[in-house]
Design a binder for this molecule. Sequence first.
Ligand code: SAH
Length: 267
Amino acid sequence: MTRRLSVVGLGPGRADWCLPAAADRLATATDLVGYGPYLDLIAVPTVGRRHPSGNRVEADRAAFALDLAAGGADVAVVSSGDPGIFAMAAAVFEQVELDPPRWSGIDIEVIPGVTAAQAAAARIGAPLGHDFCTISLSDVLKPWEVVERRIEAAAGADFVLAFYNPISRHRPWQLGRALEIVRCHRDGATPVVVARQVGRPDEEVHVVELGRLVPDDVDMRTVLVIGSSTTRTVAVNGREVVYTPRRYAGSLDSALVVPAVVGRPAI
Ligand code: SAH
């Protein structure tokens, strides 16, 4: 019996941004499990039975997939982007830890994918060129105090910040509060990449200054990349790109130091 469960990253949506290893597993799996719209995102050929589920039932979905695998199926559990980043891989291992004998003998593997922040960054330049931090603003699975503490620490340490799950109908005020915290540490002119539906047909990626970012312009299909104190915009071949230099003043390579951000170019 096969007893295999692969947690597969689809990437953000485009077929050519899905790894060949992921496409191989999707092609041969006997059963495909995932949030319905993510199953619809699969852009490569599949033959397995599809088991769509709602968005808020990760634990049940993971247990269901493990049960299928325990019964001899060759299962692919899908996540958009990377399955290890705010997605199904951890949910699967959490279930296994709860009841190890029930799932013994299942071969579990995780197949990575291009995560939303990487895809957004590639579209606009290289805003993740130096140290960065990903934070989910969702307080469904963690207390809001924890989210605030992490934003405060990461903003204070001058990381570039990638905000996932920035806002939803059930979480309308959290992004506004998060931006208040960031604005205590960053200049209002700091570039913010607002990247919606990256790699999908209705993709929109633009840059706004931190001081002008309005939560109403953001939705749950958006990832935000907020620059650090050195992130800047530059015109390249007639288009504005955003990047974060790799060199700091005082680094070993100081002869090549990029000048400090004085008079950041207008966006
Ligand atoms: N595992 C996914 C993240 C899931 S959390 C990944 O690695 O990308 C869901 C959040 O991811 C969304 O609220 C949004 O902030 C972000 N996201 C996922 N796909 C996206 C896309 N194509 N464009 C922009 N943001 C995306």
